[in-house]
Structures are given as structure tokens and as C-alpha cells.
Design a protein around this ligand. Structure first.
Ligand code: SAM
Length: 285
């Protein structure tokens, strides 16, 4: 039995604690040097599926012991990992990408933190962020909303709940469900720009943009395979409203709400009464 402290590839022993390790979302070349280092040097790797993680470990020539873990694990199993992390290095990976992002780990991290155990996170691939960097949609504000529900009513409820959010919305989806989700989006937001980022970092990577209806027609004719990030651009009026608010605020610096509304109405062609109501609102904020 090896009783010495685990060593990383750089020859420095890993300190005890919980290491959250991001792994590739398709292209194994995306594993980070530090991730390999920690996976090689830790005492145990907690993973969702030992077959999936086993392939990655084999690719990286890592022979560390694996142990199955997900958030449905019993308190006893989680407690055992936490206990181990008090004196040993425990790594957590998911099947792909960043653990805890629509993947297990939340409970483990929470319990570890509550127990005063050192938790550190090694950043790496994440499908939501990769999709966001490809889609060409505004990304100064985005909201990641996980998987859209499968059932029609629940899906519509979620979309309606997010309708007012002034940000790009990011969802996880799968090939067989994409057309139905796009049809639901087309019913609610016919004008918002949508992007489907599919099979990211893999051989058949693609990112397709258009209205939800256009994309639904495309995937009806060419059924989508594989893994998908679905992105919906912010409401068009968001940008416009922001501009109008900015114009009104500028005008209100020197003018009364009524005069400011008149000025902005002349500049934008917007309804003067509506602008006046907004100007009064802004003035009293
Ligand atoms: N934790 C992962 C991450 O950091 O992206 C996500 C895990 S979640 C269970 C799996 C979902 O992520 C897939 O159904 C898909 O929506 C998205 N996904 C994962 N890999 C992807 C890829 N290569 N291309 C597009 N989407 C991907």
C-alpha cells in the first residue's frame, strides 16, 4: 500500500481537500495540464460513470482509483468522501465539462465547505460558455437556465418566466428534442435571434443562427444528432428601451419630463405620451 502523500506530476504533493476538475466536452485535447496533474496526483477520483472517466484517464495515462459519485449518493457515501478529503486529495469530475454545471457536485461541495475542508476548482471546458463564445449573440449579460423541461406546459412556463430577462438565454438541449423546443420558442418569441451550437469541439461541430422558426424548419428537414447548446438573444426592445432611457435621462438633466418627452419623441418617432410616462418614472427613481 502506498502510504506516502500523493504527488502531482510536477513532483509537489497535493494537499488534502476537494478538487473540482473540469474535463473536455468532446475533444480530449482540451484537458488542461493542471487537470492531468491533479487527476494523477490525487488519491481518488469521484466520477459519475467509471467507464466514461476511465477512457479519459487512459488517454492521459492516469491510473488513479475511481469511485462512483452523483448527488443521489447516500449521505453515508458522501460523508465518506468528505472524511477522506480531510486527510487526502479527492478529485471530482463529471462525464464531461465542468462539474456542478447541470452535473453532480453541488451537495458534495456544500458539505465539504460546511465541514471546513479546502475546496478548489480547476477551470476548463464548459459547453454553455463555449456556445456563448461561438453564437455571436450579445454576451455582456447572459442567463444559463440548464435544460428546458421536456413537457410542453412546463417548457412554456419556463420560457414565459424568462421572457422579460434582458440577457441572452442559454439552455442545454439534445438532438431529438431541439425541433420541439425551437417551435415552442418560435410561438413565444418569433423575432428573437436564436443560435444552435451543436457537437462543440467535436468532428461535426456547427453553430447555426436564425429565427427559431427558421431553425426548427432546418432541423425538421435535417434531424439533429448529438449534444446542443441553445441560445436565445435578448429581447429586441431591450436594446431599444435602453437607448430611449439613455436619451430621456440625458434630456431630463436640463428639461422637464414633458419637454424631455417631446425632444425624445422628435428624435425617435416614439409615442410622446409613453415617453412622458417613462420620463416621470425616471425622474422619480
Ligand atoms: N457539465 C457540462 C458542461 O460543463 O458543459 C454539462 C453537462 S450536461 C449533463 C450535458 C449537456 O451539456 C448536453 O446535453 C448538452 O446540452 C451540453 N453539452 C455537453 N457537451 C456538449 C458539446 N460538445 N456540444 C454541445 N453541447 C454540449
Amino acid at each position: 500500500m502506498n502510504t506516502s502523500a500523493p504527488e502531482s506530476a510536477l513532483g509537489k504533493p497535493l494537499e488534502a481537500g476537494l478538487y473540482i476538475v473540469a474535463t473536455p466536452i468532446g475533444n480530449l485535447g482540451d484537458i488542461t495540464v493542471r487537470a492531468v496533474d491533479v487527476l494523477r496526483g490525487c488519491d481518488v477520483i469521484a466520477c459519475e460513470d467509471t467507464r466514461v472517466t476511465g477512457k479519459l484517464l487512459k488517454h492521459c495515462c492516469v491510473t488513479t482509483r475511481m469511485q462512483r459519485y452523483d448527488d443521489h449518493a447516500s449521505d453515508r457515501q458522501r460523508g465518506a468522501l468528505i472524511d477522506m478529503a480531510r486527510s487526502q486529495a479527492v478529485a471530482l469530475v463529471s462525464d464531461a465539462g465542468t462539474p456542478l454545471v447541470s452535473d453532480p457536485g453541488y451537495r458534495l461541495v456544500k458539505d465539504a465547505r460546511d465541514a471546513g475542508i479546502a475546496v478548489t476548482s480547476l477551470p476548463g471546458a464548459c459547453a454553455a460558455i463555449t456556445g456563448l463564445t461561438l453564437a455571436g449573440l450579445p454576451n455582456d449579460r447572459f442567463l444559463f437556465a440548464g435544460f428546458l423541461p421536456v413537457k410542453e406546459k412546463a417548457r412554456t412556463d419556463v420560457l414565459n418566466e424568462l421572457a422579460e430577462i434582458e440577457a441572452t438565454l442559454v439552455f442545454y438541449e439534445t438532438g431529438p428534442r431541439i425541433e420541439r423546443s425551437l417551435r415552442a420558442i418560435a410561438d413565444i418569441w418569433p423575432d428573437r435571434e436564436v443560435a444552435v451550437a451543436r457537437e462543440l469541439t467535436k468532428l461535426h461541430e456547427e453553430c447555426r443562427s436564425g429565427s427559431a422558426a427558421q431553425l426548427a424548419d432546418h432541423y425538421a428537414a435535417n434531424p439533429a444528432k448529438g449534444e446542443i447548446v441553445l441560445l436565445i438573444g435578448p429581447p429586441a426592445e431591450t436594446a431599444q428601451n435602453h437607448d430611449i432611457d439613455a436619451l430621456l435621462i440625458g434630456a431630463l438633466a436640463d428639461l422637464s419630463p414633458s419637454k424631455a418627452a417631446g425632444q425624445v419623441a422628435r428624435m425617435t418617432g416614439e409615442d410622446r405620451q409613453t415617453l412622458y410616462a417613462r420620463a416621470v418614472e425616471l425622474k422619480t427613481k
